[in-house]
Ligand binder design. Structure first.
Ligand code: GDP
Length: 308
């Protein structure tokens, strides 16, 4: 568990440093806390993209504890913030339904260009292979030849079979071939990479529906659609979840590139707004830098008190 905590702490360092400096600075050395101190704290949380409502709950909880004389040191503030975030996750994360049981399961990754879908597909292959599963990859981004090539590189890195089509092929037909092959050959998991949708383009978005229908028809009830969100986008990514949800039923999310971002609070904001389970976090570019989401480790890492 210690190693896992280290992985979360190093991947979420930028958010933690940004928050820690501000949280420690708000109240230190002050005998009486004023509204403007709370406003500074509020600004710090908003700046890390926690979103308004959880931010207000954290502030209100700190204010109440202070007025009741419960807060003695900075550490108590960090603890209250952690607990509020955990309370939210325990409510919202209860609907995780990613169950990779008997027979073939399929994960379909959707999201805008550059959010980290292909990289996450490769990392997922590695993760589930390490858990003893037989994993196949499908390159359903048939718009960009480079995308298929990139997935093939991940196929080599993870020793996973990659199903692909010719450039410009119907992406649903690649999905069809992949599901058929994976079922026939007794695979446990198929990870489908899709083209980076510009959510303003309706016809491209509709293709996602076609891929999921194809998968559902061949292998009913075993498709999990995951939206991949670029963690450096902060709360802007909320609009993407909204748009993609109009075209396919999203079951969960992966938030990538949190290692390069101080906006780690967005994970909380998205969970709160969409009641979507966070499945994995991308905490670096390497093959092992995809961590299964753990609310305790996340809260612990984001509200780590950094000593300068
Ligand atoms: P796609 O267009 O959605 O398939 O995005 P890619 O998988 O090609 O990723 C775009 C860029 O983001 C690549 O340079 C990846 O190496 C990088 N990337 C993806 N996930 C992460 C992550 O968790 N951390 C970091 N630092 N980079 C990432």
């Amino acid at each position: 568990m210690k190693n896992l905590l280290n992985a979360f702490q190093s991947g979420l360092k930028k958010t933690a440093v940004s928050l820690s400096r501000k949280i420690s600075g708000c109240f230190t050395g002050k005998s009486q806390w004023s509204d403007s101190d709370y406003e500074l704290l509020e600004a710090a949380l908003i700046n890390s993209d926690f979103g308004i409502s959880i931010t207000r709950r954290i502030i209100s909880s700190i204010r109440t504890s202070y007025e009741q004389g419960i807060i003695k040191t900075d550490d108590d503030i960090f603890l209250i913030a952690k607990n509020e975030v955990l309370k939210l996750f325990s409510k919202e994360q209860s609907n995780i339904k990613i169950e990779l049981g008997a027979g073939l399961s399929t994960l379909m990754l959707v999201g805008v260009n550059g959010c980290g879908k292909t990289t996450s597909a490769g990392k997922l292959a590695s993760h589930y292979k390490n858990n003893g599963m037989k994993v196949m990859l499908a390159a359903c981004d048939t718009f960009r030849a480079a995308a298929t090539e990139q997935l093939k590189i991940w196929g080599e890195k993870t020793s996973s079979y990659v199903v692909s089509g010719v450039a410009g092929a119907d992406s649903a037909s690649v999905a069809y071939d992949a599901v058929t092959a994976a079922k026939n050959r007794g695979y446990d998991l198929l990870v489908i990479d899709t083209a980076g949708r510009q959510h303003a383009k309706k016809n491209l978005m509709e293709e996602l529906g076609k891929i999921s229908k194809t998968v559902e028809k061949l292998n009913p009830g075993k498709l999990t659609t995951i939206i991949v969100i670029d963690g450096s986008m902060g709360s802007n990514a909320l609009a993407q979840v909204e748009e993609f949800s109009k075209f396919c039923k999203i079951d969960g999310l992966i938030c990538t590139k949190l290692d390069g971002s101080y906006k780690g609070g967005m994970v909380v904001a998205i969970t709160e707004k969409f009641n979507l389970p966070v499945l994995f976090l991308g905490l670096g570019e390497g093959i092992n830098d995809l961590q299964k989401f753990d609310p305790n480790l996340f809260a612990e890492a984001v509200f780590e008190k950094i000593k300068d």
